[in-house]
Design a protein around this ligand. Structure first.
Ligand SMILES: Cc1cc2nc3c(=O)[nH]c(=O)nc-3n(C[C@H](O)[C@H](O)[C@H](O)COP(=O)(O)OP(=O)(O)OC[C@H]3O[C@@H](n4cnc5c(N)ncnc54)[C@H](O)[C@@H]3O)c2cc1C
Length: 329
């Protein structure tokens, strides 16, 4: 593998000006602050460099993963044996303002985009105040909050599918709750916003931020909600009802503030977060029959997800709420 990585990097550095970081810890690229090294991280500077990186990764059989701000990712302690392409381009182009269409680079952060639109009296995004990450990541995951999903505002996007560039209209992509079927790199996004009174927008923004601060552990390292809500239930409420708040494996803890958040309170390892997730999933299944679906994405090697109901729990000596699941199979 190391030979393959070296050959890949030599060619990449020969052909591209973008930054390359070798053996770079994923803990620095994810909001969980967890994860071992990626063989290489590449920050492309142009569309041509993206094409080159895709081509070289194919030629050298190097796995590739696109990352924005890593705010929905749990990266393995062993890292990722491949190239991580970091999308950080940051331009916002307000176009055709009379019809409120906005074109934005995929690497722009949601917080910057939302502030930008508020300052111009453009509504639509205020319900998503406080969602971290990039607009590219938000579109890929169909991120949303308080009744709005990003796909509701989407007009289209510029995508590289590994072979060619194209504009895809909203209607060409299938979106669902926290997922899309976009199979490529999102480079630019076009959104339909609408004119709204700036003071109203500021008020709604503040209200949404207050709601978030009150209900979520925003000052702790996490990757947001661990499990998806389902038909007729909130995953957080189920987890709380099953008594999992405060469960802990090492420095990975089920938040007391929001039961659907696992927080890294120190030096949590990915396997500890993973075990805790599986413990919670299993307990909720035992108590309610609901099989929670993970919202957080795993990157790198993890044990296969255990079928619910196949786990036992053993209370440890060291604390009331400390559980260590014994994962079977
Ligand atoms: C405190 C906190 C609160 C959160 N609250 C919410 C919430 O209210 N609602 C919600 O929906 N989510 C929430 N999240 C989860 C997360 O912020 C979103 O899923 C976010 O949209 C991910 O964006 P990102 O840039 O960090 O993507 P990453 O985590 O880097 O990547 C997520 C996925 O998108 C892909 N991707 C990223 N960029 C691109 C691109 N340019 N082209 C193609 N694929 C790409 C990646 O390959 C990966 O599969 C929260 C997270 C945290 C930490």
């Amino acid at each position: 593998m190391r030979e393959r990585v070296r050959a890949f990097l030599e060619e990449l550095e020969g052909e591209c000006k973008g930054r390359v970081l070798i053996d770079h810890p994923l803990s620095r690229l994810t909001t969980f602050r967890i994860g071992g090294p990626a063989s290489a991280v590449f920050i492309p500077e142009s569309e041509a460099e993206i094409e080159t990186a895709f081509e070289l990764s194919r030629n050298h059989a190097m796995p590739m993963k696109i990352i924005g701000r890593g705010s929905n990712i749990l990266a393995s302690d062993d890292g990722f044996p491949g190239i991580v392409m970091l999308i950080v381009r940051r331009g916002i182009k307000g176009i055709r303002e009379n019809v409120c269409e906005v074109e934005v680079d995929a690497g722009v952060s949601m917080s910057r985009l939302i502030r930008w639109s508020l300052e111009r009296g453009l509504g639509g995004l205020e319900g998503m105040a406080g969602i971290p990450g990039t607009i590219g990541g938000a579109v890929h995951n169909n991120a949303g909050s308080r009744g709005t999903e990003i796909s509701d505002l989407l007009l289209g996007m510029r995508i590289y599918d590994g072979e060619k560039w194209s504009w895809k209209g909203r209607e060409e992509i299938s979106f669902d709750y926290r997922r899309s079927d976009i199979g490529g790199l999102i480079y630019k996004v076009k959104l339909q916003l609408h004119k709204k009174d700036r003071q109203t927008l500021e008020r709604l923004y503040e209200e949404n931020m207050m709601w978030r601060k009150k209900s979520q552990p925003l000052n702790m390292f996490s990757a947001g909600c661990v499990f998806k809500n389902g038909e007729g239930y909130s995953a957080g409420e189920l987890i709380e009802r099953c008594g999992c708040k405060g469960w802990r494996v090492g420095d990975a803890v089920v938040s007391e503030k929001h039961a659907n958040f696992i927080i890294n309170v120190g030096r949590a390892r990915a396997w500890q977060v993973f075990e805790l997730m599986e413990a919670v999933r299993s307990r909720v299944f035992e108590e309610t029959g609901v099989e929670l679906e993970r919202e957080i994405e795993l990157l790198g090697d993890f044990p296969p997800t255990v079928e619910c109901g196949e786990m036992t729990f053993e209370r440890l000596e060291s604390g009331d709420t400390l559980y260590r699941p014994d994962i079977k199979g």
